[in-house]
Design a protein around this ligand. Structure first.
Ligand code: SF4
Length: 363
């Protein structure tokens, strides 16, 4: 390995020891891409995120799910978002029960087992609207895991329903919520959040929602959206907060990062490219020593880079994602079906296997 780092950092990573924030910064600044990939790969082994089929082929997993964005009405107006509308916009919507059922029928027809359901922060939808929807999906589609909402949405619900967040999450779980996506994390540094999404919940409230969910037995994922106004130090602080939370409650199943997609948004920033994405994903894998799974983000980076990301710490290809409405509004619209995903994995030398939300293999 040709890394020119302080001598102690590399053995630390290779022997499974935890690294500090300043050490992560040192790696970010000085490691060559191939060396960073090797460190991320070592961490992937330590996380036991590597398994083999009976013929000795290395397994990479994916899930068949579908995004459902139940409404685009939102009063948070994040500067990086091209998806939201106000009730005054002609193309605002709230999906009807029939529209949601049709999407679930289509998902079922292709062997899907999960929905990733999120929406804008609609100021008028009440508690019963959500509970009825969750109950309905659970009863009519018991084979589908409802992976839904996000910490900012739960903070919003607590405010609109005038109810403690713990009670909201408990009621949602009772009605059928199965797990929670890590949406709205962006960068968990309030100085950054105030610049890109001043009306969204702050870092502490994001983490509080996750802590409550984990305590109530709901697993979740964690995310990072970078390449806008943040510094590298901010990204490392974000990772530190996730790692601390995982130490405390242990409920994160996976980490996913992606780069800011700028089209049709109000955020003035210089988006970063592919090399930076791979670098940060690998560094995240090295730093997040208590996360088992890292997903590559082909939805934002494209299938080829999604494939390369498997060499930079990722052990999972995310989801088929039959429908995607959010990053596509910001100018990025990659689509893959399960055959294409499996071919990409095979071409990269891996054995593709389907999984569920808890990373259990399906076949
Ligand atoms: S990112 Fe989410 S919370 Fe922010 S404006 Fe878009 S829909 Fe609303």
């Amino acid at each position: 390995m040709s890394i020119t780092l302080e001598d102690s950092i590399i053995p630390k990573v290779l022997t499974g020891e935890r690294i500090t924030g300043p050490e992560a910064l040192e790696i970010y600044r000085h490691a060559q891409p191939a060396d960073l990939a090797a460190l991320a790969d070592a961490r992937r082994n330590q996380a036991k995120a590597r398994s083999y089929d009976g013929r000795g082929n290395e397994i990479v997993t994916y899930i068949i799910d579908r995004n459902i964005n139940y409404t685009n009405v939102c009063n948070v107006y994040c500067k990086f978002c091209a998806f939201y509308r106000t009730e005054r916009d002609a193309d605002h919507y709230v999906l009807s029960r029939e529209e949601i059922d049709r999407k679930l029928d289509e998902l079922t027809a292709v062997g899907g087992i999960q929905i990733l359901m999120q929406g804008g922060h609609h100021p008028k939808l009440g508690l019963d609207w959500y509970l009825d929807l969750l109950n309905h999906i659970r009863e009519k589609y018991p084979h589908i895991n409802i992976h839904a909402f996000s910490p900012p949405e739960f903070n919003h619900f607590a405010e609109v329903f005038k109810m403690p967040m713990r009670e909201v999450i408990a009621k949602f779980k009772e009605a059928g919520l199965g797990s929670i996506p890590g949406g709205g994390g962006e960068i968990l540094v309030d100085r950054v959040r105030n610049r890109i999404a001043p009306l969204k919940c702050d870092s502490d409230h994001w983490l509080e929602a996750m802590a409550i969910a984990h305590e109530l037995g709901l697993k979740s994922s964690a995310t990072m959206m970078f390449g806008h106004v943040e510094t590298v130090e901010d990204r490392i602080e974000h990772l530190q907060r996730l790692r601390d939370q995982q130490d405390a409650t242990g409920g994160f199943t996976a980490f996913i990062c992606w780069t800011f997609q700028p089209d049709n948004t109000r955020l003035k920033a210089n988006p970063v490219g592919t090399a930076e994405y791979l670098r940060m994903q690998a560094l995240s894998r090295v730093f997040l020593d208590n996360f088992e799974n890292v997903q590559s983000s082909w939805v934002t980076q494209g299938p080829k880079i999604g494939q390369v990301a498997l060499k930079y710490g990722a052990n999972d290809f995310g989801s088929v994602m039959m429908e995607e409405n959010v990053v596509s509004k910001a100018g990025t619209s990659f689509r893959l079906n399960s055959e294409e995903i499996e071919r990409l994995m095979n071409d990269a030398g891996y054995e593709p296997r389907r999984r569920d939300n808890w990373y259990r293999l399906k076949d």
